[in-house]
Design a binder for this molecule. Sequence first.
Ligand SMILES: [Zn+2]
Length: 355
Amino acid sequence: MTPLVIFTAIAATLLAAPGVAHADQYRNGHWIFGSIEQEFLRFLNPNGSSRIGEPTSDELLAGASGEGRWQEFGYTNRIFWTAAVDPGRGRQVGGLILSKYLTPNIKYEKGVLGYPVTSEEQAVGGRYNNFQNGAITYQNGAIAAYATYGDIRTQWGASGWETGPYGFPSTDPYQCTEETNANGVYGNGKGQTFLNGNKYFTSGADSSFINPGSESVNTALKTLTYKGTTKYTNALNSTKLIWNARGLVQIQQSSDPNLADVTISDYNQPGGAVGFYDKASRTVQFNDAYLSATTYPNNMYSTLARQTNLVAHEFGHAMGMGHSCQTALMDPISSNVTQLNIVDKTAFSQMWSFP
Ligand SMILES: [Zn+2]
């Protein structure tokens, strides 16, 4: 955090909350006073030593308009105060939770979480701070803490927080970048992974990143068998490696040429889609007009990467995956992405393994 205004002790005293009973403290070359002092006093041992260290900064302005205050203690703790939370007392944030709170994505009191409303507290098997708009939490022994907020936090709470089936968060929430193509606006989704399983939530223009009921998977066997042929066999083999590595649904060539969950084939339709999956006819088709064409700059559609992206994308649809974000395999715009990103993995797990 960039230091803002460093007050002298006198100026700072004038800014302190009125009516404070305790005398201001001068320790380690810094004044501690007012509402921050009220929180600091809670961390003093009977012999006067501090469990959050001695002050290592003066009291500084906090918030977008300087409406709050903060002060650092022992380099790994800070006390934040705003009258909007509690006129009479600040709240301590420290250690792994403070490290997360100070990251650019969370952006301390100026970011999505706002000011702390609790000091660091004990979770079941971990620690947390609650903030105005969420929390930062970690499991004992973890090397990082993670934020929860918004609709994901609401649903995590409904499931029983860290003692529920999801356990502690293992990522921060991630937000896809909204984009627009001929099919409309999409990609405005959010998701978050937890230690005991994956849960994916969306909001905004997309209805969902998964479409349960649209799949052709044999749900009892957790297999997606295919018959038919394509000339893009290397892309097909890569597709099986990409999805089957998740261990949730296995894409397999059918051992019975008359029986399969889907039929694959190539077709030629200039100007059409690069490929498609159709539930009603249980077909997955790849468009030679792009994938075999040398008319595009640098043969852009006829590379193995682009062919793999297309085949794996259409098989994704056949396994119930909807469209999602840029850089995901399930981005509706054809790309050179040939592996699952965190959004693909989380949505696929949501579809096939959890809860
Ligand atoms: Zn698609």
